[in-house]
Design a protein around this ligand. Structure first.
Ligand SMILES: *Cc1c(COP(=O)(O)O)cnc(C)c1O
Length: 489
């Protein structure tokens, strides 16, 4: 590849060429065509400074045209860069890099993970459509789904997407074991996220019948906070395939590969199978697991989302996101991103690509640390619950003493900072009850299994002995608070 006139390679399916770690280290504009490259999408970046090893930061909002005719080419989408909101080189590079890691044909890089989620959802659904979301999805996702989507006539239901039997019943009725069939029972309680709808059609009951109260038990505060917009005449959620006005109702299933904060792992393969049978689109947020651990597209997901703010960027210094998948699905999302002004900013995209180049060594160290801490916590009498997995850089545990215990632990940490993020090189801790899950009542959190004493660590790349010493300090502080309180009582 020459320095001038280089093209952006948007797709390098890993199974056809290099191993993922190599691909990550070479993230960005390849200097030579990589093995097994398939260019699903080619853009022509501006001439690079002679043989620059790394794509420079193109911190510009516009590229000038040589002539009116070359400007016209840009307008009709011939690939030259022009006005920045239509796309800039560093953002293209990030979209291509994430696509390559996920084995996707195409990708688009956005201003944040929520930019990616909102673009993927809003460019896909229309009024009358249905989104089935993981009940313990990321807080920002949950807020978007429950506050915004209903206002546009999109029905949202929060479900336990880890309970495949439950989903099966939801889609295919209570008697379903394999084939879709007409459900037989009805419930008429209103859908919290789509108030105004009521069940009218007997053929649409499978979904309704099986959602019952547990569907919304963890999110009942939303009744006050969501708009309650309805989708006019159509009501049956079970009318998955034939929705309002005779139009096919589109169904989107939205899940995360690891739930927050209790770290439940999704069975993407099974979800994808179910989505296919139901004619639904499966969107998977792979932020927590990273493409090095989980490849949702290969398991049958239709679109994959990342908050590059987290592990991909990895240094707590940028905000960016990405949506990747087939060109057929991603192209309209990219167009939406252009219309809505959602592209990743140049510096953030540049930093994210740089972060991806060290992704493998960072996450491997973090995974190892997390496993060490997880094992040690499991045997520690000062904690009441621990969740951790091999190859997940997060560890969630509950300290004794509830809120006061958690507060004391966090105050005692010296290395570990209280930060509402994750995925960086330094270990951070979050307190779900006061941050990501603060909008839920104590009872609702309880149903999800989240206590006031829960803390979620995002484990960094420090030495595990130092991390354990810090954790130990915190756990002792929590235990002391607990003892003192008992003494007072
Ligand atoms: C942080 C996060 C997001 C949102 O990403 P932003 O970059 O903060 O907009 C979405 N999903 C998950 C799982 C996240 O952790």
């Amino acid at each position: 590849m020459t320095a001038n006139g280089a093209t952006l390679m948007h797709s390098v399916p890993p199974q056809q060429g290099l191993l993922l770690g190599t691909l990550a280290a070479h993230a960005g504009l390849p200097r030579k065509p990589l093995l097994g490259t398939q260019t699903a999408e080619v853009s022509t970046p501006p001439a690079l400074p002679n043989n620059a090893h790394v794509t420079p930061l193109f911190q510009t909002s516009v590229f000038d045209f040589d002539s009116i005719s070359s400007g016209l080419e840009q307008v009709v989408g011939q690939g030259a860069y022009g006005y920045g909101r239509m796309g800039l080189p560093n953002a293209h590079e990030l979209g291509a890099a994430v696509a390559a890691l996920e084995g996707a044909e195409a990708g688009v890089a956005t201003s944040s993970g929520m930019g990616a989620i909102s673009a993927a959802i809003l460019s896909t659904v229309s009024a009358g459509d249905l989104v089935i979301a993981q009940q313990d999805a990321y807080g920002g996702t949950t807020e978007f789904f429950r506050r915004d989507l209903p206002r546009y006539g999109v029905t949202v239901r929060f479900e336990d997407t880890n309970d495949l039997g439950h989903l099966e019943k939801l889609f295919f009725g209570p008697d379903s074991d394999s084939a879709p069939r007409a459900p037989t029972t009805a419930k008429t309680e209103p859908n919290l996220y789509d108030e105004g709808q009521s069940l009218q059609n007997g053929s649409e009951k499978g979904l309704r019948a099986s959602t019952e109260v547990e569907t919304c038990s963890c999110r009942c505060t939303c009744r006050d906070s969501q708009s309650g917009a309805s989708t006019s005449e159509d009501s049956g959620l079970g009318g998955l395939m034939s929705g309002a006005r005779g139009r096919a109702r589109k169904v989107v299933i939205f899940a995360e590969t690891v739930s927050n904060p209790l770290l439940m792992l999704s069975d993407v393969r099974a979800l994808a199978k179910l989505a296919k049978r139901a004619g639904a689109l499966l969107i998977v947020d792979n932020t927590f697991r990273t493409p090095l651990r989980s490849q949702p597209l290969a398991e049958g997901a239709d679109l994959v989302i990342h908050s590059a703010t987290k592990f991909l960027g990895g240094h707590h210094d940028l905000l960016a996101g990405a949506v990747v998948g087939s060109a057929m699905l991603v192209d309209p999302i990219r167009d939406f991103v252009k219309r809505m002004g959602l592209w990743a900013a140049p510096l953030d995209a540049w930093l994210a690509v740089r972060g991806i180049r060290t992704l493998q060594v960072r996450v491997e160290k973090a995974w190892a640390n997390a496993a060490t801490l997880g094992r040690q916590l499991e045997g520690d009498p000062r904690v009441t619950a621990v969740a951790w997995h091999e190859k997940v850089a997060l560890v969630t545990f509950a300290v004794v003493g509830g809120f006061r215990g958690a507060d004391a632990a966090v105050a005692a940490f010296r290395l570990i900072t209280l930060s509402t993020t994750l995925g960086g090189v330094t270990t951070t801790v979050s307190h779900p009850a006061s941050s990501s899950h603060a909008s839920l009542s104590v009872a609702q959190r309880g149903e999800l299994g989240i206590s006031d004493g829960h803390l979620r660590l995002s484990v960094g790349i420090e030495e595990s002995e130092d991390l354990w010493a810090d954790l130990d300090r915190g756990l002792s502080a929590a235990a002391a608070v607990n003892r003192d309180r008992r003494a007072v009582i």
